[in-house]
Design a protein around this ligand. Sequence first.
Ligand code: SAM
Length: 233
Amino acid sequence: MDYKHLSKRLHRAGEFVPEGSKLADIGSDHAYLPAYLVMNKKIISAIAGEVVEGPYQSAKNLVAELNLSSVIDVRKGDGLAVVDPKDDVTAVSICGMGGALIRDILDRGLKGNHLTGKETLILQPNIGEPTLRTWLVNHSYHIIQEDIIRENEKTYEIIVAEKVSEKVALSEKELLFGPLLLKQQGDVFLDKWQHELKQFHNILTQLEKSTKDVSDKIAEVEQKIEFVKEVLA
Ligand code: SAM
C-alpha cells in the first residue's frame, strides 16, 4: 500500500468521506488516507493525527515529500486531542483499530470538547463493532451508512455516523450485525456470519465444559447463535 494505491479497506473508507471535507484522520500512520484524498481533490484539507513517534515521522515525511504541508497538518498527540473546534473539521476518520479503541478515542474526544458534533464520523473497526455501535447510539450518533468488505482473508466493516438531536435506538440484533448491514446483507456479510456461527458454537462447547458459573456467558452466546441463525435462515 502507498498513498496512490490504498488497500481496498482504506480506499472504501475514503469513499465515505464527504466531498470537500476538512478531515481529521486519527491514527493516520503514514498519512496515506489524507494524502490520497487531497491528491484526488476529494477533500480540502486534513489533519493527520498520530500518537506514536515512528508513524508520526512517516506521515510528516510523506506530506513534505508530496509538498502538501499547506493542506495536510501532521500533528502528534493522543486521539482527538490534536483537534480544536477552531480547526472547523467536518469529517473524522478513524480506521484500522479495534472498536473499543475507536470508542475510547471518541469518548475522550467528546469529553474533552474536541468534537463539535458537526463532523461526519467514518469509522473502520477491525473487531468489536457492536461495542462501537453501542457507544454511538448512547451518544446520539445515528448510523447513516455501513459497508462490509473482504481483503486478504479478513472482513472489515465501515460505519459512518452523524450526530443527531434525538437518540436513534438500536435493537441488540442491530448492534450486533449493524442496522444497515442487516438490511443490505450480501455475500461478504453472509460469509462472515457463517464463520462467526461456527466460532460461537466452539465458544459454547468450551463454556459448557467450564467448572465455574458461566450461565450468563452461555445465555449471551446462545442469544447470538439464535440471532445469527435467524439472519442466515
Ligand atoms: N489508519 C491507518 C489505516 O487504517 O491503515 C493506520 C492503522 S494502524 C493499524 C493504527 C494507527 O493508530 C497506528 O499508527 C497507531 O500508532 C495509531 N494510534 C493508536 N492509538 C492512537 C491514539 N490514541 N491516537 C492517535 N493514534 C493512535
